[in-house]
Ligand binder design. Structure first.
Ligand code: DAK
Length: 264
C-alpha cells in the first residue's frame, strides 16, 4: 500500500497506521469530487485492512488542512433534485461514522467549511498553533452540508456551536482547544502530524475489538437515551469478556510480560 496515489488522496502505511493525505495543496486542499470519492474509498479500504490499526488524516502543503468545498466546482445550475441525488448517496464524511478504527485529524492552517466538518467527524483532532477554524457556509447563502450543524452542537454544546454556525467567524487554535474542538495543541504542523501519528501508533497496538467497541459505545450512545446507551455498553462489554485479547491482557499482567494481541 505504501506510496500508492489515489487521485487526490495519498495513502501511506507507517507501521500499523494508515496516513491519508488530502493532496490538493495548490487549492488549499479544497474538497472536490475527486477528494470526496478518493477519501471515502481510502477510508473503506484501510478500515478493512487487518494490517491497519488506526488512521490519520492530514492536509498537504504548508497552508492548511482544507478550505472546504471547492467553490469553483459548486454547480449552481443543478436542480435541487440533482443536488440531493448527488449529496445523499455520497455521504463522504459519514463514512467516518461507520469506520471502526480510530481516526485522528492532524490539523494546520485553514480548517474551513467542509474541511472543518471533516475534522469534526474524526475521533480526535490534534491542532497546530496558527490553525484557523470556521463554518462560513451562511456567507455563501448555504448551511453546512457535511454534518456541521449536527456534529458541532454534540461536540461543544448548542450555544457555542450556534455562535460559530451563525456568525461564520474564524477562531484560532487556542480558542478551538478552549471550547473542545481541538483535543491537543502542537507548536507546528509537523509536530501536529507527529503527535497524531504517535497517538495512532499507540492505539494501533491496543486490542482492536476494545478500541472499536469503545468508539462505537461512545458515538452511538450519544444518539440514545441513557438506559439504551448503558444497555449497548453492557452488550459490548459482555462480548469482550470472552475475547482472546482480553485473556492475553490478563495473562500478560500475571506473567509480568508485554501482551501480544492478535486482534481477536
Ligand atoms: N475552493 C476552490 N479553490 C479555493 C478555495 C475553495 N474553497 N479556497 C481557496 N482556493 C484556491 C484559490 O482559488 C487559489 O487558487 P488560484 O487562484 O491560485 O488558482 C488558492 O486556493 C489560494 O487561495 P487564495 O489565493 O485565496 O489565498 P489567500 O491566502 O488570499 O486566502 C482563504 C485564503 C482561505 C482565506 C481564501 O482562499 C478563502 O476565503 N477561501 C474560501 C474559503 C471558503 O469559503 N470555503 C468554503 C466554505 S463552504 C454544496 C455547496 C457548497 C458547499 C457544500 C456543498 N453543494 C451545492 C453540493 C459549501 C461548503 C463549504 O465548505
Amino acid at each position: 500500500m505504501t506510496g500508492i496515489k489515489e487521485k487526490s488522496i495519498l495513502i501511506e502505511q507507517r507501521g500499523a497506521v494508515a496516513l491519508l493525505t488530502l493532496n490538493r495543496a495548490k487549492a488549499l486542499n479544497a474538497i472536490n469530487d475527486s477528494i470526496r470519492h478518493g477519501l471515502s474509498e481510502a477510508l473503506r479500504n484501510v478500515d478493512e485492512d487487518p494490517a491497519v490499526g488506526a488512521i490519520v488524516i492530514v492536509g498537504a502543503g504548508e497552508r492548511g488542512f482544507s478550505v472546504g468545498a471547492d467553490i469553483k466546482e459548486i454547480r449552481s445550475h443543478d436542480s435541487p433534485i440533482a443536488t440531493r441525488r448527488r449529496l445523499i448517496p455520497t455521504s463522504w464524511i459519514e463514512v467516518l461514522d461507520s469506520t471502526r478504527k480510530p481516526v485522528i485529524a492532524a490539523i494546520h492552517g485553514f480548517c474551513l467549511g467542509g474541511g472543518m466538518e471533516l475534522a469534526l467527524a474524526c475521533d480526535l483532532r490534534v491542532v497546530a498553533i496558527g490553525s484557523e477554524f470556521a463554518l462560513p457556509e451562511t456567507t455563501l447563502g448555504l448551511i453546512p452540508g457535511g454534518g456541521g450543524t449536527q456534529r458541532l452542537p454534540r461536540l461543544i454544546g448548542l450555544s457555542r456551536a450556534l455562535d460559530l454556525l451563525l456568525t461564520g467567524e474564524r477562531i484560532d487554535a487556542d480558542e478551538a482547544f478552549r471550547i473542545g474542538i481541538a483535543n491537543r495543541l502542537a507548536e507546528s504542523s509537523s509536530e501536529a502530524l507527529a503527535e497524531a501519528l504517535r497517538i495512532a501508533e499507540v492505539l494501533s497496538t491496543r486490542p482492536r475489538a476494545a478500541i472499536s467497541y469503545v468508539k462505537e459505545a461512545a458515538r452511538a450512545g450519544l444518539d440514545m437515551d441513557l438506559a439504551s446507551g448503558l444497555k449497548l455498553e453492557k452488550s459490548l462489554f459482555a462480548l469482550l469478556t470472552s475475547s482472546p485479547d482480553r485473556a492475553e491482557a490478563a495473562a500478560a499482567f500475571r506473567d509480568k510480560r508485554k501482551p501480544i494481541f492478535t486482534g481477536a
